[in-house]
Design a protein around this ligand. Structure first.
Ligand SMILES: Cc1cc2nc3c(=O)[nH]c(=O)nc-3n(C[C@H](O)[C@H](O)[C@H](O)COP(=O)(O)OP(=O)(O)OC[C@H]3O[C@@H](n4cnc5c(N)ncnc54)[C@H](O)[C@@H]3O)c2cc1C
Length: 553
């Protein structure tokens, strides 16, 4: 640290104003006794497309609102570099995500505890899922009714969605009215959204906006953290603050009397640890970074859901495609502005499925079904003619990847290698999942509306053909987690303990998606909210919440 750098002092420094960082900033500053600084590399969440639910499709490669990451060329995915968006700015990825709100299977969280994350059973975590949400239907004791994140049903889905649901039932799937309130087997249901009326209910809107005026909370944007400052040796080693850079190049040090908390996300957190000399010495050597603390698990264990989409041409029933162009789109814009309804309130998908391929003891395929079809089968521009897309992804992939720095330049991007489809079970599951998706489209309630399967097309029948399609066209469904996993033993690759303290460094915690030992079977945002709510209680030394208390909180 150069002696000329200005030094600021606070109690808690939180790095990253994403899903987890916003929760922490709110909770840690609530009683007014601690000074809290929330430090975010990106800007304020002013872009209108952040707030319009369907706008997320326009932000996936936005140069300022995302980090513009791509994966390394994938050995099992046609050598492609796949766009790997991460939110940048207030709300982080919760400001650019697909708004789908899905709790995990209880067995996912129980599995964390079984792997050594003491106290992280689903029963212990349920009160925190409840605490963070306000579910539009109220009342149900398994759901929250006064939390900061608003969870709602999709407004008036196009008629084709009802046919999809009927087709799912014909396929033997159970219809669930509220998939977030029940234990789920093979089933079909409507997705719920993190939406407040016409706008996105991001972590920033829910947790940060209402408390922006607290005198003990400073929200700093445009400030990229370069490294964590660590002092002392051996067991006395302690994180004392951070060094960060303003957009104009000025460098500031912020020291923390209490703790430094990393909430920089699945890529940002391991990146920052490695830049600070915390990680696998071989990786650090390779990047020209001197090792301060050897912690071999940093950046390993990257897990993500890999989605492959079937697309269908539809006739005789309305889909979103026809309403997304020209005069019809102008009408949808007017409808949105005047009544807060229409296709601009839709997000990544409308109908969801949990299905079993038979290759696992629980449902192992989730489907994301959208009443529209995308050009080339990837999220982005909708086709002109009526269409339907059905994405399938394996819920608990075996493939494990990594994210590592290869340079000590804080401005350089890490190498992100999710190792998609590197495990044989993952490849077999995707192939069977595509077949399940096809069978759904063949059911009596849907088949009369299906003209044909446009992607991959009827000619793709054999395992090899389906797998090739998945390899050449699949992409992330944006659920990267696990790169600083929680568990008791650093020598086994764990980075944080069950209280989310970094092994071997005092005063340093990680609170974000990177701590998940294994990816949830479902979309990850609800679980990151839960992690942060629970971590806040740990940081404040509060007794863990029970379900009834969560309702009273
Ligand atoms: C495009 C997309 C779609 C998704 N769709 C869904 C969905 O529909 N449903 C769902 O459940 N989940 C979805 N997810 C996943 C979900 O949003 C994430 O799991 C969750 O938001 C992760 O929260 P986090 O706190 O771990 O990290 P993030 O929310 O990513 O926050 C990390 C923050 O840290 C900041 N940061 C990083 N490095 C630094 C640094 N050096 N200095 C300062 N700040 C830094 C970042 O700018 C960012 O604001 C989606 C994600 C994406 C990207």
């Amino acid at each position: 640290m150069a002696s000329s750098e200005p030094v600021e002092l606070t109690d808690y420094v939180i790095v990253g104003a994403g899903t987890a960082g916003c929760v922490l900033a709110n909770r840690l500053s609530a009683d007014g006794t601690s000074q809290v600084q929330l430090v975010e590399a990106g800007g304020r969440d002013r872009h209108p497309m952040i707030h319009i639910p369907a706008g997320f499709m326009r932000l996936l490669d936005h140069p300022e609102i995302t980090w513009s990451y791509k994966t390394a060329p994938g050995a099992e995915t046609g050598g492609r570099q796949i766009l790997f968006p991460r939110g940048r700015g207030l709300g982080g990825s919760s400001s650019i995500n697909g708004l789908l709100y899905v709790r995990p299977l209880p067995s996912d969280i129980d599995g964390w505890e079984a792997q050594g994350a003491q106290g992280w059973s689903y029963e212990n975590c349920l009160p925190y899922y409840i605490k963070c949400e306000t579910w539009q239907d109220g009342a149900d004791p398994r759901r929250g009714h006064d939390g900061p994140i608003k969870v709602t049903r999709v407004l008036a889905p196009p008629p084709v969605c009802a046919q999809v649901v009927k087709a799912g039932q014909e396929l033997g799937l159970e219809f669930l009215d509220d998939p977030n309130a029940t234990t789920r087997g093979p089933s079909i249901w409507y997705y719920q959204q993190t939406r407040q009326g016409r706008v996105r209910s991001s972590a920033a809107r829910g947790y940060l906006w209402p408390v922006a005026g607290r005198p003990n909370l400073a929200v700093r944007t445009g400030l990229q953290v370069l490294r964590v400052l660590i002092e002392g040796e051996g067991p006395a080693r302690r994180a004392v603050g951070i060094e960060c850079r303003h957009a104009d190049g000025r460098v500031t040090v912020i020291k923390a009397r209490k703790e430094v908390i990393l909430s920089a996300g699945v890529i940002g957190t391991p990146r920052l640890l490695e830049l600070s000399g915390v990680g696998d010495p071989d990786v650090l050597d390779n990047a020209g970074i001197a090792t301060q603390v050897a912690l071999r698990g940093v950046g390993k264990n990257l897990q993500d859901h890999y989605v492959t989409r079937l697309c269908f041409r539809i006739k005789g029933i309305a889909t979103a495609n026809e309403r997304a162009h020209g005069a019809a789109l102008a009408g949808e814009v007017a409808k949105y502005v005047l009544s807060g309804s229409g296709i601009l309130t839709y997000s990544a998908a409308v109908v969801g499925v949990f299905a079993s391929t038979g290759l696992a003891d629980r449902p192992d395929i989730q489907c994301v079904i959208a009443p529209g079809s995308f050009k080339e089968g990837r999220i982005g521009e909708l086709e002109d003619l009526p269409g339907l897309s059905l994405g399938v992804w394996q819920m608990r992939p075996e493939s494990r990847g990594s994210v590592h720095m290869t340079s000590k330049d804080p401005g350089s991007a890490p190498v992100i290698d999710p190792a998609y489809l590197s495990h044989a079970v993952d490849r077999a599951t995707v192939v069977e999942g595509l077949r399940i998706g096809r069978r759904l489209a063949e059911q009596p309630s849907l088949a009369p509306y299906v003209v044909n399967e446009t992607l991959p097309g009827a000619q793709a029948v054999a395992d090899e053909a389906l797998l090739k399609y998945a390899r050449d066209n699949g992409s992330t469904v944006y659920h990267g987690v696990g790169t600083c996993r929680m568990g008791p033993d650093a020598s086994e690759g764990c980075v944080v303990d069950s209280e989310l303290r970094v092994h071997g460094i005092q005063g340093l915690r990680i609170v974000d998606g990177s701590i998940m030992p294994t990816v949830t079977s479902t979309n990850t945002n609800a679980t990151v909210l839960m992690i942060a709510e629970r971590a806040a209680d740990m940081l404040l030394n509060k007794a863990p919440q029970r379900t009834a208390q969560a309702h009273a909180a």
